[in-house]
Design a protein around this ligand. Structure first.
Ligand code: NAD
Ligand code: 2YH
Length: 259
């Protein structure tokens, strides 16, 4: 399980603002507007309690602070509990949190205490990055390549299929690729037999996962994967419109899914 590091989270608001601008240019909507349309929900002054969790590898420097910055970026009120773990959860409830955000090494969840709804970061991240890809001005041909069909990529590919896209999928793990082909009826993509795509959704923990041969000039790459799948050189050479951000887009997707 890849863990975020403080280096990933540097200037999170700036990273979010850059992605928001790319999304706005490419889809005509800001990230928040896409979440509203995707889930059919709106924020209603919910107060978000963020609970630092010490289990496993422990507190990640600036994780809770980044979540607070993200919550505020999207116009919500939030606070970080002074205590951690169960005591922090109790503190969040006692301080009137409507929603609790917390993560250990395996699960990052949002729990709406008013309506009981729960969101898991991985599917919510896959779905919002796939939704952004589906709304890109480049997506006219309805052909999208998905690279990485794990816990984030699979739900994203499923979402694109449901939206009627012609989804090509690739994963180094042949069992996962086969699972996606049979369960989602996506088309298996082979790097040995490449073709160009106007829109690519990537969700792997590795660099250089998108072969140069699939990049169309001016394509949109929507990727939550850390580190970034594309080198600076390829980004520049193909004038790629890149949506890539380490925590905020997935988090706002979680929140709107449980409003
Ligand atoms: P996962 O391990 O479940 O899935 C990753 C998949 O990528 C695996 O199936 C693996 O076989 C495949 N893969 C690895 N190298 C590949 C390559 N070269 N070509 C094709 N496939 C390859 O991981 P996950 O939980 O789906 O997370 C994926 C990435 O998304 C990680 O980097 C994770 O940290 C990141 N993530 C980011 C956010 C965010 O908000 N930005 C949120 C959640 C996860
Ligand atoms: O980064 C992670 C995991 N990869 C989450 C898995 C879902 N994508 N967890 C963050 C851990 C935060 C830490 N416990 C803290 O500071 O509270």
């Amino acid at each position: 399980m890849a863990l975020l590091t403080p280096a990933d989270l540097i200037e999170i608001n700036r990273q979010l603002a850059i992605s928001d601008e790319v999304v706005r240019k490419s889809t005509g909507f800001e990230i928040k507007g896409i979440c509203e349309a995707l889930y059919g929900t709106k924020a209603n002054s919910e107060k978000v309690g963020i609970v630092p969790i010490t289990s496993g590898n422990g507190i990640i420097g600036s994780f809770s602070e980044s979540l607070l910055a993200i919550v505020r970026y999207f116009g919500l009120e939030g606070f970080i509990t002074e205590k951690t773990d169960v005591s922090g959860y109790y503190e969040a409830l006692s301080a009137g949190a409507d929603i609790v955000l917390m993560a250990d090494d395996y699960t990052y969840l949002a729990h709406n205490l008013k309506n009981g709804k729960i969101a898991n970061n991985q599917p919510c991240t896959g779905i919002i990055y796939a939704e952004i890809a589906s709304r890109a001005k480049q997506a006219g041909s309805k052909e999208i390549l998905v690279v990485g069909l794990g816990k984030v990529g699979f739900p994203g590919a499923e979402h694109l299929k449901k939206k009627g896209f012609s989804v090509y999928g690739y994963d180094l793990d042949k069992t996962l690729l086969q699972r996606a082909v049979s369960k989602l009826r996506i088309l298996p993509f082979s790097p040995e037999n490449p073709k160009k795509f106007p829109v690519i959704f990537e969700a792997t923990p590795c660099p250089n996962t998108i072969p140069e041969a699939v990049l169309e000039q001016g394509c949109l790459v929507s990727t939550p994967g850390i580190p970034c799948a594309l080198s600076e050189n390829l980004l520049e050479k193909y004038a790629v419109e890149l949506v890539a951000e380490p925590l905020g887009i997935g988090t706002v997707s979680m929140l709107y899914s449980i409003f």
